[in-house]
Ligand binder design. Structure first.
Ligand SMILES: [Zn+2]
Length: 722
């Protein structure tokens, strides 16, 4: 028996040794796979954000994807798992802002070039750390094909897509009302909004003959109309008329219009229209352009009252420059004094849009931004981006795991609005659009002629990552797009279904004419044993790398896969991980026993299986079949659970116990040689089946299992078919 097996299993020494062997073998790269492999199997790894360490959610995806990859590699497919790293635009900008803040610096005071270079170095460092963490988790991905979202060739592809969209009329620049974070000084897309319930006073204010209700008193300065529902009889006589009103800035005139948007049940049924600061009001104005004045901005980019347009009204001075909530309070008092406040409902519950990163209430602003049309058809004919995606899912070209996600996906797709892809940050791919007076040019290089300036905004990071599957495969410098696209599985957290998955389907289908992946497997959020979300403030965060260090990666992987159903929460605790570390020890100890007895190969002509032993083999066959089927059906939790119980409670507890007596017989007897053969059969099969789940320990054991013929790494051994 090899001396290593005298000692308890030591993942600390075995794991790095095994990973090194795999990596040096070159077999992560499908070009080096042994044998004739024609059928590809591809997963493009969701590129982790290169702005920090991997967290437990990353460990979940590494485990699930590595299981699929190792399984298919053993099944003889040309298997590619392409790793990458994401510059993660706004997310990284937020992380970096915090770092700058700690250093007493401020991004708005650092020149663009310098800030970009600093951030590039920051992500480069994080990227290296992250790659080593992926190795630590046992990821058998092809490092030779690794891609970064800011690689030159990736940017080139992203630019080409943008140009194609522009030529098709699907990328356009327009001044529309957009979501603005006053803290982060950038716009955000609709999926980056976090809606929260809030209690605020609802003010009933006097507008001449009308009383209307509003929460946002401070936007009053920007009102350009009063709106009522066309069916509301109470205001029938006022519609189309100008009413005289008294305001804090003096007397004014304002028109009453009728619009379906107004809910007659809200407040008094009359509302103010502030097109510069409310998305619905902006739409009202668009519908009534000929009747009422256009947007009149009264709040600046920092969320302060800006009444510089009211220089003819001396009273404006008092409010100019105030923060929103300060202004609201002071206006409330002033209006009460002047008899303009009818009543206040102090506990009005309503929903507000906030920045998903900092919780600041978003201030809608009108800004010229680049949008991607979701529902418009391309100029030259064809389907809209939305319809391309809906069609692919409806036709069953793309399947969701769990299936219920399909419904959620379809619902969201139906209600799509155009996507704002401009971000006012430095960190990202600068938009390749050039302007000169009234002209716009889209292209990588500055056009000929004088006075062209480039757009200073960068793309929403999801615009580039939305192209990830085809962009990576086109950028490897090989024939990879032809061989590996469409990919087989996209595995990621369900929380980025809209951010990422939907965009990949739309942009993939649009750019290449083909779907980017056939199966979307969505895992749930990781929670602690009390089903609480993990967060630093709660102190319940489980660091996967610390756990891997302490209990071994294989135990951690088993803990992450067992009980993990697609779309459901992943419950994880240190006890659970410890439990599967014990399983690793069990596998090790069983291997010690086997290696002790099978040092010499069984003598073939002495092997005679009794009926009972045949039944045992039958059970092994069943287990083999079950595990294979579960893996084919993406039921990784069932596969792992089946193996765990079969190994421990049948093989170790029953089969090995049963064989012990026979193994004590004389060498060369039918009893002994048959027992050896059976033991070897069981062990060889189970170690192979366990490999995708617990790759390190099984590879180590494999080194010592006696076998005929060529000695290969377990990772490229054939999947058992009993
Ligand atoms: Zn923010």
């Amino acid at each position: 028996m090899p001396s290593e097996f005298d000692k308890p299993y030591d993942p600390k020494s075995v794991e790095p040794e095994m990973y090194k062997k795999w990596e040096e073998s070159g077999f992560f790269n499908p070009d080096n796979s042994p044998g004739k492999r024609t059928k590809p199997f591809t997963i493009i790894m969701p590129p982790p954000n290169a702005n920090g360490s991997l967290h437990i959610g990353h460990a979940v995806f590494v485990t699930l994807q590595d299981i699929m990859i190792r399984f298919e590699r053993m099944r003889g497919k040309k298997t590619l798992w392409l790793p990458g790293a994401d510059h993660a635009g706004f997310e990284t900008q937020v992380v970096f802002d915090k770092k700058l803040e700690k250093e007493g610096r401020n991004r708005f005071k650092i020149p663009r070039e310098k800030l970009y270079r600093e951030m590039l170095n920051f992500t480069a460092e994080n990227k290296t750390v992250m790659e080593n963490q992926l190795r630590k988790l046992g990821a058998s991905c092809d490092w030779s094909r690794e891609k970064f979202t800011l690689d030159k060739d990736i940017i080139e592809i992203v630019y080409n897509t943008f140009k194609k969209l522009y030529n098709d009329g699907l990328a356009y620049r327009d001044s529309k009302i957009v979501n603005w974070c006053t803290k982060h000084q950038t716009t955000l897309s609709d999926v980056e909004i976090k809606y929260v319930e809030r209690k605020d006073p609802l003010y009933y204010i006097k507008y001449g003959p009308v009383t209307l209700a509003t929460v946002r008193l401070e936007t009053k300065f920007g009102d350009t109309a009063v709106a009522v529902n066309p069916k509301d009889k109470r205001y029938k006589d006022l519609v189309g008329k100008e009413i005289e009103i008294q305001t804090l800035l003096g007397p004014a005139k304002i028109k009453v219009i009728a619009d379906e948007m107004v809910d007659p049940k809200f407040g008094t049924g009359a509302v103010k229209v502030t097109p510069a600061h409310d998305p619905n009001d902006f739409e009202v104005w668009r519908r009534h352009k000929n009747e009422i004045p256009g947007p009149r901005p009264v709040i600046d980019q920092y969320g302060r009252i800006d009444l510089s347009g009211f220089s003819n009204r001396p009273a404006a001075q008092k409010y100019h420059g105030l923060k929103i909530l300060e202004a609201r309070k002071i206006m409330e008092e002033d209006m009460q004094k002047e008899g303009l406040m009818v009543k206040i409902d102090p506990d009005y519950m309503h929903t507000v849009a906030t920045c998903y990163k900092c919780g600041t209430i978003l201030e809608p602003r009108i800004l010229p931004q680049w949008f991607i049309a979701m529902t418009a058809k391309p100029k030259g004919g064809g389907k809209s981006l939305r319809d391309l995606a809906i069609e692919a899912v409806k036709k069953g070209e793309i399947k969701f795991m769990p299936q219920r996600m399909e419904k959620i996906f379809m619902h969201w797709m139906k209600n799509l609005r155009d996507w704002n892809i401009s971000r006012q940050i430095v960190w990202g791919i600068q938009i390749p659009a050039w302007y000169r007076s009234e002209e716009t040019y889209v292209g990588k290089d500055k056009p000929a002629g004088e006075n062209w300036t480039q757009d200073t905004d960068v793309f929403d990071t999801w615009f580039s990552s939305g192209q990830w599957p085809f962009a990576t495969l086109m950028a490897t410098g090989k024939n990879d797009f032809k061989t590996f696209y469409p990919t087989n599985v996209l595995e990621t957290g369900w929380d980025i279904l809209f951010f990422w998955v939907a965009r990949m389907i739309m942009l993939g289908k649009y750019s290449t004419g083909k779907i980017p992946f056939k199966t979307v497997y969505l895992h749930g959020l990781v929670r602690d044993k009390d089903r609480q979300k993990m967060s630093k403030s709660k102190g319940n965060v489980i660091d996967p790398l610390g756990m891997a260090e302490q209990y071994g990666t294989d135990g951690l992987r088993m803990a992450l896969v067992i009980g993990n159903l697609p779309g459901n929460d992943v419950i994880i605790s240190e006890e659970k991980i410890r439990g599967y570390r014990n399983f690793a020890n069990k596998v090790w100890n069983a291997s010690r026993f086997v290696l002790m007895h099978v040092a010499k190969a069984p003598i073939k002509n002495k092997i005679k299986y009794s009926k009972q032993k045949k039944q045992m083999l039958e059970k092994l066959k069943e287990c083999n079949k079950k595990v294979t089927k579960h893996l084919e059906e993406y039921k990784f939790h069932h596969a792992a659970d089946t193996l765990y119980h079969f190994f421990w409670h049948y093989y170790a507890d029953k089969v090995i116990e049963h064989l012990k007596k026979d193994l004590d017989s004389e060498d060369g007897t039918v009893e002994k040689e048959t027992a050896k053969a059976l033991l070897l059969k069981f062990h060889t099969t189970l170690i192979k089946l366990l490999h995708p789940f617990m790759p390190h320990i099984t590879e180590k054991i494999w080194e010592h299992i006696p076998k005929e013929g060529e000695k290969k790494l377990l990772m490229i051994e054939e999947w058992p078919k009993l």
